[in-house]
Design a protein around this ligand. Structure first.
Ligand code: PRX
Length: 704
């Protein structure tokens, strides 16, 4: 390790000092009805019972053929769960509930326009819709088990219908968040080798009927450039029979689903019995380097894990009305809108639009109207609802027994508003820490048994044993006040099986850092490296600080610095680009770009606008930078590496740190003056940063 790297590493490990928060205890009423209220469950899932403890999760499912081996760890880190078992995910989420609950709502869909009716889809109706679409995928598209299909679908019931239809056939779905650009969808089509794209003509967002089909054409063009062609595009229509997009349909390639489905009315498709280890879906996410990674999730392990965690951590009972306001285009939606809740036979609410549209009372009107009693969202949304309508919840007659926060650290202040105002002091809260790669929760309190602590996710979940490690692989002691890298000592059933098509990258990203012996067949030698910094309090609760791998978490969405930088470099005038995170009151972090120009070009607003546009085109509007700073020269090390922590410090008005390792320290003052004076003039100064945030900024860029 070079001196420069050592320097950065030690910065990443600076001690953090917390004000310890008080515990909050779950209300007696909640405990009285909780799925986990007997502490014996903690013993059943203790380390000495690993991995057999997970039988309890697998037994929540219906298996066509029961499994013989709980965990096969003979080829680490390619773990196999419930080996020998066969099952079908669609059967588990639909068919098995029909006998008792066919007329119960499986999905309640709230369209964004408030004058449109709420749509209830019963389990019986879901069964028919899924069967018909599965027949279409099989007989019209020729899809079979193991094939991949890309979805680029918004928050409409046709998305879970499409997912479950694939699952029925053993076809692997890969949903791309609808807000992502056509180009990023195209990259995922090519990477997954999908021959079919399922999309939608239009959907509502902030009162506007968005033309979505246009992105399909962009996606196909990008996939084509990458050497991959789509055979069929299936277009669901927001209003069947009425096309809501200006983009022409391509003869022989594009088909309206509502028209083709007419040939499949009443068709029933037997669920294909899949091995537990058969992949169920891919979900792409950003990492520090390279293109997004296709996290491959299994059928048996994943479904068992989301069913178990939905039961004990979301406290879902079949009679609950459960609303997770995340997008199904993210892992949270896959696990905790679709697969987990439906596997347990509950009613899951899907809302099409923006939580604050047309006003900050919307979410609470939906909750009241539908009788939602379990509510799930992200800190960014909570911060937004608090800012726009701090008194709104009290005006609405809903009662939550349980609430979740997920995806980003939540400030204790915001947590308390969530608890007192949204939860009306009646609801228990779980702060669930996990990742796209994990399938389900990894860190959370067990709501009926473990008290809550604002700002901390709590201990590891049942059967999951986290540890904080320093750079040398030594455990950082609980209560030491020192931060380190969050790792999980053991495999769990929901873990990704691999990065699609890149097994070496899978081993390298998650295991190389702390693997004790590459030849070892013992899972104890293969801790999972999560890429998050964390501290562990003396009571065993973890507080997650944020990514340590140059991934920027904007409103709970992971954006890789490399992706942002490569998008900027598609602008012909740009010579170099660096992305940095800036602390933001509402969205947690936002992106700022620093770029330098090729010789002969002068800085102009036109060029910075081009950079913004390129990022929107390559990734999507969620990645739009707050500012694009054109600088003459980037601060660099002697080996030519851009020191992102220095510019990150400037953008956040924090100390830029040690400059002695820079080859061109003289440029720093000029950049600081240029950036900060413009920000001051615009009133664009971040709030005072916490010690942990200062540490994060100081360490930014050290992962490279
Ligand atoms: O940095 C952590 C943060 O979000 C990252 C995972 O992002 P993604 O794969 O998009 O999945 C989000 C939904 C599961 C993590 O590496 N993160 C997630 N949950 C929390 C969190 N940070 C703090 N507290 C959480 N509860």
């Amino acid at each position: 390790m070079s001196t420069e790297e050592e320097q950065q590493v030690s910065e990443a490990q600076i001690a953090v000092h917390w004000r310890e928060e008080e515990f909050y205890y779950p209300p007696a009423k909640f405990i009285g009805q909780a799925n986990a209220s007997d502490p014996a469950i903690l013993d059943r899932f203790s380390e000495e019972n690993f991995p057999e403890c997970f039988k309890e999760f697998a037994d929540l499912l219906s298996w066509d053929h029961y499994w013989h081996t709980t965990l096969d760890s003979s080829n680490p880190p390619f773990w196999k769960w419930f080996v020998g078992g066969k099952l079908n995910a669609s059967y588990n989420c639909i068919d098995r509930h029909l006998e008792k609950n066919r007329n119960k709502s499986a999905i309640l869909w709230a369209p964004e326009p408030e004058n449109e009716e709420i749509k209830s889809i019963t389990y019986q109706e879901l069964y028919h819709q899924v069967n018909e679409f599965a027949a279409l995928l099989r007989d019209f598209c020729g899809l079979k088990a193991g094939d991949r299909v890309t979805f680029h679908m918004p928050m409409v019931p046709e998305l879970p219908v499409s997912m479950l239809a694939c699952a029925r056939l053993g076809v692997i779905h890969s949903e791309v968040f609808a807000g992502f650009s056509g180009a990023s969808c195209g990259g995922r089509i090519a990477d997954s080798g999908s021959h079919v794209l399922v999309t939608m003509d239009s959907y509502y967002r902030s009162g506007e009927l968005v033309d979505h089909k246009v992105k399909a054409d962009e996606a196909i063009a990008t996939a084509h450039e990458l050497g991959f062609d789509i055979a069929k595009v299936l277009v669901w229509r927001r209003y069947p029979g009425k096309y809501g997009s200006k983009t022409p349909m391509v003869e022989g390639r594009d088909f309206f689903v509502d028209e083709v489905l007419k040939d499949f009315k009443g068709k029933i498709v037997s669920p294909v019995s899949m091995p537990a280890e058969a992949p169920l879906f891919l979900m792409y996410t950003s990492g520090s380097t390279g293109k997004p990674k296709g996290c491959q999730h299994s059928t048996g392990g994943y479904l068992s894990y989301v069913a178990g965690t939905s039961k004990y951590y979301q406290d879902i009972h079949p009679e609950d009305t459960y609303w997770c306001m995340a997008d199904i285009g993210w892992i949270t939606g896959h696990s905790y809108i679709v697969y987990g809740p439906l596997a347990l036979g509950t009613t899951t609410v899907i809302y099409e639009g923006v939580p604050t549209y047309p006003d900050a009372g919307r979410a609470w009107r939906i909750a009241e109207r539908l009788g939602v009693n379990i509510f799930h969202t992200a800190p960014t949304t909570i911060r937004m609802l608090r800012k726009l309508g701090p008194d709104e919840p009290a005006k609405h007659n809903y009662h939550f027994k349980h609430m979740t926060t997920v995806g980003e650290p939540i400030e204790p202040e915001v947590w308390r508003w969530y608890h007192d105002v949204v939860g009306k002091n009646e609801a228990v809260i779980v702060d669930t820490w996990w990742q796209t790669e994990n399938g389900g929760f990894l860190g959370s309190t067990l709501p009926g048994l473990q008290p809550m602590k604002p700002g901390s996710c709590g201990p590891g979940v049942l059967g999951v044993f986290p540890v904080i490690m320093d750079e040398d692989g030594n455990e950082v002691e609980a209560g030491s006040g020192r931060a380190g890298n969050m790792c999980i000592r053991n495999p769990w059933p929901g873990i990704l099986q691999t990065i699609y098509g890149q097994p070496e990258r899978f081993v390298q990203v998650y295991y190389e850092k702390y693997c004790k012996d590459r030849n070892s067949k013992d899972w104890r030698d293969w801790p999972y490296f999560a890429g998050d910094g964390a501290v562990k309090a003396a009571d065993g609760y973890f507080r997650i600080l944020g990514r340590v791998d140059d991934v920027i978490n904007v409103a709970g969405h992971r954006l890789g610095t490399k992706e942002l930088e490569s998008a900027s470099l598609t602008v012909p005038e740009i010579a170099e680009a660096a992305a940095v995170p800036v602390v933001d009151e509402l969205r947690g972090r936002i992106v700022e770009m620093y770029v330098s120009l090729k010789p002969g070009f002068q800085p102009s607003k036109e060029i910075s606008d081009k950079v913004t546009k390129a990022i929107e085109t390559e990734i999507g509007k969620i990645a739009r930078p707050k500012n694009v700073w054109i600088v003459q020269d980037m601060p660099k090390t002697r080996s030519g590496k851009i020191m992102r922590r220095v510019i990150a410090g400037i953008s956040n008005f924090t100390d830029a740190g040690d400059l002695t390792t820079l080859a061109n320290a003289e440029v720093v003052e000029g950049i600081r003056h240029h950036v900060q004076s413009e920000k001051l003039a615009k009133g664009d100064v971040p709030r005072e940063l916490s010690p942990a945030e200062i540490d994060e900024i100081k360490a930014f860029g050290s992962a490279e």
